[in-house]
Design a binder for this molecule. Structure first.
Ligand code: GDP
Length: 362
């Protein structure tokens, strides 16, 4: 692993500080006053530590009253969408953060349906934005479009699962995907390197488009350039989350206590958590711009091509065409069956006086 100066990913002044108040140098004054609106979606099999990581990232308890279903319920369950919004303020800079969780993803036996729910959710937000944008009150549009999706990959497999591949391919033209390897504390450094490489290879092999950090502009300072390079080579980020504060080296830190020691969430030598957070914070605006210029534009031009019809309308249409075709096929099959039956009768009738027929013909 590349050795990095820890100072780049820690905030010694206020440990456990999210850090978006440092953004103003890359953001317009106006948006500082108005605050940011950002929507982050988290997807991955249940139990991979998604909610724990989100709580660790934003230092809030976003899911205080969560009920975790048992296996029997999970079989029945389809994926749900749970959006929670929090307003965080740091040094006068406001962030209206919406986290969209997708509990139930990967639980059901048939996962295709869970794709549908998530995709419809993403499309609905685009749809709403498009509607508001063409309305009269364009100044106060609430932007609920999904700007980024953290996709959680299990640390226990040997790379991507078919479900991971299929899902990422289904959404990669709609949202910025940031792949993360969950529960990195269960992997040795060597295993992490191997898994990261394997995942990157598979992402390339399958033509999956993930979010690419833009190169730092040439006029940025050297530290920022260095940081961007380090972030780039760390993808997919190997993360650890925890809801507990533990005493380590005389300080209280977020961490996981094991018989052999403490895994510190915010220690860059222990895992990529701070890199993930730095990536999210320093590239929040780029994630929003890519959403607007690429994904939303894709959606808009698709809609225009369809003559303004919604995707669901198209699906209804497809269903209708399919039904009509099936009805036609059924009618033809019935006709063939009737013809066959008639031929059978004729042949049977013919067989009865076959000699006579024979005689006539020859
Ligand atoms: P979710 O279903 O994906 O939201 O997962 P949860 O956040 O509810 O976590 C499931 C379980 O994994 C809990 O017992 C957590 O304490 C544990 N967990 C969460 N993050 C980590 C991690 O980084 N490492 C390890 N080893 N366990 C974790």
């Amino acid at each position: 692993m590349a050795k990095q100066p820890p100072a780049q990913f820690t905030n010694p002044e206020t440990p456990g500080y999210v850090g978006f108040a440092n953004l103003p140098n890359q953001v317009h004054r106006k948006s500082v006053k108005k605050g940011f609106e950002f929507t982050l979606m988290v997807v991955g099999e249940s139990g991979l530590g998604k909610s724990t990581l989100i709580n660790s990232l934003f230092l809030t308890d976003l899911y205080p009253e969560r009920i975790i279903p048992g296996a029997a319920e999970k079989i029945e369950r389809t994926v749900q969408i749970e959006a929670s919004t929090v307003e965080i303020e740091e040094r006068g800079v406001k962030l209206r953060l919406t986290v969209v969780d997708t509990p139930g993803y990967g639980d059901a036996i048939n996962c295709r349906d869970c794709f549908k729910t998530i995709i419809s959710y993403i499309d609905e937000q685009f749809e709403r934005y498009l509607h508001d944008e063409s309305g009269l009150n364009r100044r106060h549009i609430v932007d609920n479009r999904v700007h980024c999706c953290f996709y959680f990959i299990s640390p226990f497999g040997h790379g991507l699962k078919p479900l991971d591949v299929e899902f990422m391919k289904a959404i990669h033209n709609k949202v910025n995907i940031v792949p993360v390897i969950a529960k990195a504390d269960t992997l040795t450094l060597k295993e992490r390197e191997r898994l990261k490489k394997r995942i990157l290879d598979e992402i390339e092999q399958h033509g999956i488009k993930i979010y690419h950090l833009p190169d730092a502009e040439s006029d940025e300072d050297e530290d920022f350039k260095e940081q961007t390079k380090l972030l780039k080579v760390s993808i997919p980020f190997c993360v650890v989350g925890s809801n507990q504060l533990i005493e380590a080296k005389g300080k209280k830190v977020r961490g996981r206590l094991y018989p052999w020691g403490v895994v510190e969430v915010e220690n860059p030598e222990h895992n990529d958590f701070l890199k993930l957070r730095t990536m999210l914070i320093t590239h929040m605006q780029d994630l929003q711009e890519v959403t607007q210029d690429l994904h939303y534009e894709n959606f808009r031009s698709e809609r225009l091509k369809r003559g303004g019809r919604k995707i669901e309308d198209e699906e209804v249409n497809k269903d209708q065409i399919l039904q009509e075709k099936e009805a036609e096929l059924r009618r033809m099959q019935e006709m063939i069956a009737r013809m066959q039956a008639q031929m059978q009768i004729q042949m049977q009738g013919g067989e009865g006086d076959s000699s006579a027929v024979h005689g006539h013909h020859v």
